[in-house]
Ligand binder design. Structure first.
Ligand SMILES: COCC(O)(O)CCCCCNCCCN
Ligand SMILES: [Zn+2]
Length: 657
């Protein structure tokens, strides 16, 4: 099983800087790399990564994207004096040169390609290249916006050529539009380019009409260019997550990339002078985590922008920790996106409706800019930036406790096997109201469950799995255990996949959020904290689970922010096992990864797959046209009904007046 996170950095790339007075370029300083690298060291992350050396890119590699004339011109900067460098720079926009920048640009590109090689040849699972000069603004024959060679665009062209890839996803979360990258792939359906960027209705740099949501790609590439403009500053975690849930993730799963490249600019984080946004560094751990179940985990993050050294270095650490499979931190106060973000989300979904199955059957209308748009509000971030930079991050706990009912499977040594005789009797809790039939089973069940949960709450493991004779009884046992002895757990999310009516009278006090996916219409009353999701069966296959996951379950779960997640799955549910594994993986973004999987009459293969998901191993992609028409209608109606109570579900501006 492929593991390991590459960290590619060389201090040679700090050896160029701005040599004259040029204010717009003054923020692009060498310390961006050195401070970030030292923070990685302070947090003990450098030694946990696999260090891959940089190399110089070859001319042939540069010419994959750039013209010979452009390359020859850049070469001449090596022997220029400051006045000549300044004159040379004046032919381009917002970019400076230095005698050593050509060398560094070859190293930045070489580092990026080393990362692609390491991931594609399975030396590592994922990784990050800390490079400068960045790349996403540079074009066939033009440097632009601090960029010389387009590192990520060339990485995509290189990966297609060297590894014969047919589908590559580029996620550009830098706060500037990577117009350079967009130009390279505008008519290319094999590269899905996604970018969000500060736009302010074309008032923000690079002030291009083609950066708006209406640019969707050309010819065969139509639908494979996705621009999400931020028309106001001050965007927060909720805005970013909403775009992932309601636009990027469904598209990415439908596209099913073989490789994910991240143009990882962190000027989209809080306190950045360019972005002026409010998303916290911890948010980037979640953005990374949410992408890691694609392409069997093959992800290459390449640094683009990021100019507040404190914010930048913490964002990079959060990204690396997510790559390493560490528990991702709670995100607080997730709620409805702001109206401006909703407007952008609505418009992006509307223009892409004809290109993507998950959108095609939805009633989406464009929201044209109301001309008297209220003036830009200088939104300030009210929440303090929680960068508790611990001196040394303790290594995360052993991953998974497994309690089986006698199934004979080979457990990886990263698992903690729970069996009856190993559970000290004092750990056995007699549940007040447990009514599990048959004393033997109930005792066995209770012992297994509470020992797994004890391990989770004592932080001996991160998550756990228990095979159970009856899902509903097991859920009740878990809930009663938590109320009895886990007072640190105040909110439990239960995701129950099954047709039985859940018996418990659901007092809506918010301690329990029950989401039940079922193939029959449940008569149980729907309430804020009891969400039945009807998923029609086609043959014996249940469709629409992934759509429900992105447009309902994950958004509500993030807003609920549970302390523990419990999934209760049955193998007979008719849900594609690969989809259940995706669900198990993605839900680990909640509750700092404290997840308990209850499985009814498990098949061995499904047990093994679920354990792999819990251990954070790469999981297989979902390939069968994941998002189905009819099922989408049901989920869509449910989303409409719930969006008033769960604002993160909104995808359109709901004008009250
Ligand atoms: C890949 O480059 C990373 C980057 O996107 O952050 C570069 C931004 C260039 C910003 C150019 N001047 C902006 C003036 C308006 N304040
Ligand atoms: Zn940027």
């Amino acid at each position: 099983m492929v593991s390991g996170t590459a960290l590619i950095y060389d201090e040679e790339m700090t050896r160029y800087r701005l040599l004259w007075d040029y204010p717009v370029c003054s923020i692009e300083v060498p310390e961006r790399l050195s401070v970030s690298y030292s923070e990685l060291q302070i947090q003990g992350l450098v030694e946990r990564c696999i260090s891959v050396p940089v190399r110089e890119a070859t001319e042939e590699e540069i010419l994959l994207a750039h013209s010979q004339d452009f390359l020859e011109a850049i070469k001449t900067t090596q022997n220029m004096d400051v006045e000549q460098l300044k004159a040379f720079a004046s032919q381009f926009q917002d970019v400076y040169f230095h005698q050593n920048i050509y060398h560094c640009a070859k190293l930045a590109l070489g580092a990026t390609l080393q990362l692609v090689d390491a991931v594609m040849t399975k030396k590592v699972r994922n990784g990050i290249a800390l490079v400068r000069p960045p790349g996403h603004h540079s074009q066939h024959s033009a440097a632009n916006g601090f960029c010389i060679f387009n590192n990520v665009a060339i990485a995509a062209l290189y990966a297609k050529k060297m590894f014969d890839l047919k589908r590559i996803l580029i996620v550009d979360w830098d706060i500037h539009h990577g117009q350079g990258t967009q130009y390279f792939f505008e008519d290319d359906p094999s590269v899905l380019y996604f970018s969000w960027h500060r736009y302010e209705n074309q008032e923000f740099w690079p002030n291009l009409p083609e950066s708006d949501y209406s640019t969707v790609g050309k010819g065969k590439g139509a639908g494979f260019n996705v621009n999400v403009p931020w028309n106001k500053i001050g965007m927060q975690n909720s805005d970013y997550l909403s775009v992932f849930f309601h636009i990027l993730l469904p598209m990415a799963y439908e596209f099913n990339p073989e490789l994910v490249l991240i143009s990882a600019g962190f000027d989209s984080a809080i306190n950045d002078p360019e972005g002026k946004m409010c998303a916290t560094p911890a948010c980037f751990a979640h953005l990374t985590h949410l992408l890691m179940s694609l392409a069997e985990g093959k992800i290459c993050a390449v640094l683009e922008g990021g100019y507040d050294l404190h914010s930048l270095s913490h964002c990079i650490c959060h990204t690396v920790k997510a790559f390493l499979g560490d528990p991702v931190p709670h995100l607080l106060n997730i709620s409805s996106p702001c109206d401006s973000a909703l407007e952008s989300i609505q418009n992006v979904r509307a223009v892409h409706q004809q290109h993507w199955a998950f959108l095609r059957s939805l009633p989406i209308s464009m929201k044209h800019q109301n001309v008297n748009d209220d003036k830009k509000l200088e939104q300030f971030c009210n929440e303090e930036i929680h960068t508790s930079s611990p001196n040394y991050c303790p290594l995360p706990p052993k991953r998974t406790a497994v309690a089986l009912l006698g199934e004979k499977i080979e457990l990886p040594d990263r698992c903690l096997k729970i069996n009856l005789d190993s559970v000290p009797s004092d750990e056995i809790w007699s549940f007040k109201d447990s009514t599990v039939e048959g004393q033997k089973d109930s005792l066995h069940l209770q012992k297994n469950l509470c020992s797994v949960m004890m391990k989770i709450f004592q932080k001996e493991v991160q998550n756990g799995l228990a095979a159970v004779p009856c899902l509903l009884e097991a859920i009740k046992a878990v809930l009663s255990f938590c109320t009895t002895c886990a007072n640190s757990v105040s909110r439990i999310l239960v995701l129950y996949l099954g047709d039985k009516d859940y018996p418990v009278s659901l007092e809506d006090d918010g301690n329990l959020l029950l989401i039940q996916m079922s193939t029959k219409k449940l008569k149980g009353r729907e309430s804020k904290y009891h969400i039945p999701i009807f998923l029609p069966k086609e043959g014996n296959n249940v469709k629409g689970v992934l759509h429900a996951l992105f447009s309902l379950i994950l958004p509500v779960a993030y807003m609920y922010n549970p302390d523990l997640v419990v999934t209760a799955l049955s193998c007979q549910s008719g849900v594609d096992k690969k989809i259940l594994n995706q669900l198990t993986s993605l839900l680990q973004g909640l509750a700092e990864g404290q997840l308990l999987c209850l499985i009814h009459d498990p098949e061995v293969s499904f047990l093994e797959d679920t354990i792999c998901s819990l251990l954070g191993d790469p999981i297989l992609p979902v390939t069968d046209g994941v998002l189905q028409g009819e099922a989408i209608q049901e989920v869509e109606q449910q989303r409409q009904r719930l969006q008033e109570q769960w604002g993160i579900l909104k995808t359109q501006v709901t004008r009250t007046e």
